[in-house]
Design a protein around this ligand. Structure first.
Ligand code: PLP
Length: 426
């Protein structure tokens, strides 16, 4: 294209930066403009690398530029280039939203400042006084937000083990608007049969939302099982490097009105993600598949080691054949992920503290899904916002230790655990 073709004298400002933004799919000089059409049909590894990435109309940048701007110039009072203000929309964030929708197989997505703001956006779909069913051992922050909505907006909530389909059927009511599924759950790795619960919910006119943070679209695609919404803390595997917080709500195929409501809620609540953070998550997505494979290989080895260890009472990992829902994991997921938890037989705080303090490769920290291994004590950390009664109901005892397996050599992680467990006082 000639230089002249880029000049747009109607846009105010420095003429050196006057470029006409080409709509996606516009004819260009290079073949990559056709990728937008190819990506939805491509394999998952190809989608991780190419989804959401359009040729940069100005300089041909291979990565979408970070449009670090709060506002966009109008051509005249009625015309702009598709963006007016970054809270409502931003090209860098739009690239990530498109990528996530393509990976999950949804109609579209909206990206939020944190995983919790994604939860908040989804909950704001509900009319005042609605009833909601929720996984009993959901993330502690989700529990805290639900309890806040109960007090502030009259949300009525039933927490239950969604693996028990008879209990789900009995708990669904006329005013149930949403079933909130966390599968696998945090921290006990219980599974929910998404298809079965979605069928029950739909029969009562309720939507289903799946928090897919633990597996990512590489290992689980809830829309293929009938879910209506997928929620992510992109802070975790999608970004993968523990250097950003973010979230996303993805809307199921064909649900355009729901997508418009979700996008509008993100704008009106002021919860949208900054362009820089969106860029980092988009960068993380490119290696999602290879990271997930490495994470999972390590987690399987660690889980098998812990399951054989005489000082471990129970291991919660769906990849173990002994996991009560191993068959469901095989059917519903394309991998088992890299989150696991285990319990000491005499899980007093002293003994748990000993393990937490003596590990060397596992950093004692909140969060998960980064390339480095982390260890957490749910009762006092990730799930401290649950009441002791809620933790008891969920089965989260003081003896539960949660591991997020990174991509280090599994032998190093196993040696670390062997040394720490082996040094427990008899
Ligand atoms: N959902 C799950 C399953 C989580 O584990 C977390 C955080 O740990 C969140 C949501 C909230 O995400 P964020 O910390 O990005 O707000």
């Amino acid at each position: 294209m000639s230089e002249q073709a880029h000049l747009d004298p109607n846009v105010p400002g420095n003429p050196a930066y006057h470029f006409r933004i080409l709509p996606p799919g516009s004819p260009g000089q290079v073949g990559w403009t056709e990728r937008a059409v190819l990506v939805p049909k491509a394999g998952i590894a190809t989608r991780c690398v190419h989804a959401g990435v359009q040729p940069d109309p100005a300089y041909g940048a291979v990565m979408p530029p970070i449009y670090q701007t709060s506002t966009f110039a109008f051509r005249d009072v009625c015309t702009n280039v598709g963006y007016d203000y970054t809270r409502s929309g931003n090209p860098t964030r739009a690239a990530l939203e498109e990528a996530l929708a393509l990976l999950e197989g949804g109609a579209g997505a909206t990206c939020t400042s944190t995983g919790m703001s994604a939860v908040l956006v989804a909950l704001n779909l509900l009319p005042q006084g609605s009833h909601l069913l929720c996984t009993v051992d959901c993330y502690g922050g989700t529990f805290r937000t639900l309890e806040h909505a109960r007090a502030a907006n009259g949300l009525r909530i039933t927490y239950l083990d969604l693996g028990d389909l008879a209990a789900v059927e009995a708990a669904l009511r006329e005013d149930t608007r949403l079933v909130w599924i966390e599968t696998p759950s945090n921290p006990l790795l219980r599974l929910t049969d998404i298809g079965a619960v979605a069928r029950l919910a739909h029969a009562r006119g309720a939507l289903t939302a799946v928090d897919n943070t633990f597996l990512s679209p590489v290992l689980q695609r809830p829309f293929e099982h009938g879910a209506d919404l997928v929620v992510h803390s992109t802070t975790k595997y999608l970004n993968g490097h523990s250097d950003v917080v973010g979230g996303a709500v993805v809307v199921g195929p064909g649900q355009t009105p729901l997508l418009q409501r979700i996008q509008s809620l993100n704008n009106l609540l002021g919860t949208s993600q900054s362009p820089h953070d969106a860029f980092l998550v988009l960068r993380g997505l490119k290696t999602l598949l290879v990271r997930m494979r490495a994470h999972e290989a390590g987690a399987r080895a660690v889980a098998e080691f812990l399951a054989r260890h005489p000082r471990v009472a129970r291991v919660h990992y769906p990849g173990l054949e002994a996991h009560p829902q191993h068959a469901l994991a095989r059917h519903q997921q394309s991998g088992f992920g890299a989150m696991l938890s285990f319990e000491l037989p005499d899980g007093t705080r002293d003994r748990v503290d000993h393990v937490l303090r003596t590990l060397r490769w596992f950093t004692l920290a909140e969060s998960l899904g980064g390339v480095e291994s982390l260890v957490a004590h749910p009762a006092t950390m990730t799930h401290a916002s649950m009441t002791p009664e809620a933790r008891r109901r969920a089965g989260i005892t003081d003896g539960v230790i949660r591991l997020s397996i990174g991509i280090e050599d599994p032998e190093d992680l196993i040696a670390d655990l062997a040394r720490s467990l082996g040094s427990l006082p008899r």
